[in-house]
Design a protein around this ligand. Structure first.
Ligand SMILES: [Zn+2]
Ligand SMILES: [Zn+2]
Length: 344
């Protein structure tokens, strides 16, 4: 399966600031002055520079796509789901015959209607919701496939009724959004995630509740013998109910995962001042992942106040820390970066 990061930021969308772009440009120019690249080979020069100079970690809030062939699972509907929706429409949209006929008959008399398909293609999607804090749902009204009659969307989460209410509330017309959720043309169904797990197409999906204000759900997806676990918005401290049991449960849940993507919002020091805020820190999670035999660990739910440089610094410190601990184990560590695809 392929996992693609469409949104990796926690809490609030965080576009790069004008100043951070200027600083990056300045650093790249300094390298160029030193290396004097051939102007006709600028693309290969840019490709040779580290990502931190020519790219960005990304500012959209959580959304992941998990794909195996034509089967697609989406996890969370943060602002990253907007670009995913546009891509899905480009891939799958075929003109709606009835609407086209109306347009042709009323406005565009010179179009040859017969060349359009009479059948609308169906787009079947699964959306797994970790929870409904705003950063995980705020992209949903802008998810273009909602407005296609051919979309069949099954939403799963801890409490289907509550998820439906939260999505409908943020989309209530006219004060919060101009189109009500009930006006969306997709066939949307909401389901409580079954405690025994789900088998959907090539995917086996299991869940685990996490300690977070209001609760959150971790998901484990197994496909063709490979395992990926996504756990965001959780904190193991005494103030969160059931915290100690959950820590041991999560360590078991991620055991031998090929890929583990986890909330690591706060540095270890900052996490001490933000106890009870519901988020984790990279060193602690990395240690748990290492002992659980995880092969690749991704830092996720980046803090909106941490710029790219700070996040790369956190990555290096986490790698250095696990190198000290690793013994016979080995575990690759990376940042979740918007637009990146990971083969699991
Ligand atoms: Zn969040
Ligand atoms: Zn949350």
């Amino acid at each position: 399966m392929i996992v693609k990061f469409w949104g990796v930021r926690g809490s609030i969308p965080t576009p790069p600031t004008p100043n951070s772009l200027k600083e990056r440009l300045k650093a790249a120019i300094l390298v160029a002055l030193e290396r004097k690249p051939d102007p006709s080979k600028l693309n290969s020069f840019l490709d040779s520079l580290p990502d931190r100079l020519v790219s960005t970690i990304g500012g959209n809030t959580p959304c992941l796509e998990v794909r195996e062939g034509n089967d697609i699972i989406i996890i969370d509907a943060g602002t990253g789901i907007n670009a995913l929706g546009r891509q899905l429409n480009d891939e799958s949209f075929e003109p709606d015959a009835e609407r086209l006929r109306y347009l042709v008959e009323t406005r565009y008399h010179d179009i040859d209607f017969s060349r359009f398909s009479e059948t609308e293609k169906t787009l079947r999607l699964i959306l797994l919701m970790t929870h409904t804090h705003w950063d995980h749902i705020q992209g949903f009204p802008f998810f273009a496939p909602l407005y296609n009659r051919g979309t069949v969307l099954d939403v799963y989460g801890q409490d289907a009724k509550q998820i439906q209410e939260a999505l409908a509330l943020q989309q209530s017309d006219p004060k919060l959004f101009p189109v009500n959720l009930v006006q969306a043309e997709a066939k949307i169904s909401f389901h409580d995630f079954p405690p025994a797990g789900l088998t959907l197409g090539p995917f086996r999906i299991e869940s685990m509740p996490l300690p977070h204000p209001g609760g959150s759900l971790a998901f484990k997806i197994t496909c063709k013998g490979k395992i990926m676990v996504f756990a965001t918005d959780y904190e193991f401290v005494g103030t969160q109910p059931g915290s100690e049991d959950s820590e041991a449960d999560l360590a078991r849940f991620i055991r031998m995962a090929d890929v583990f993507i986890s909330d690591t919002q706060y540095t270890f020091l900052e996490s001490m001042t933000k106890e009870g805020w519901g988020h984790s820190s990279p060193l602690k999670v990395a240690e748990m992942a290492l002992h659980a035999g995880v092969k690749k660990f991704f830092l996720f739910h980046h803090d909106p106040f941490y710029g790219d440089e700070k996040l790369y610094d956190i990555l290096e410190r986490t790698q250095a820390y696990t190198n000290l601990l690793r013994g016979d184990h080995s575990m690759a560590i990376d940042l979740a970066i918007e637009g990146r695809e990971v083969e699991v």
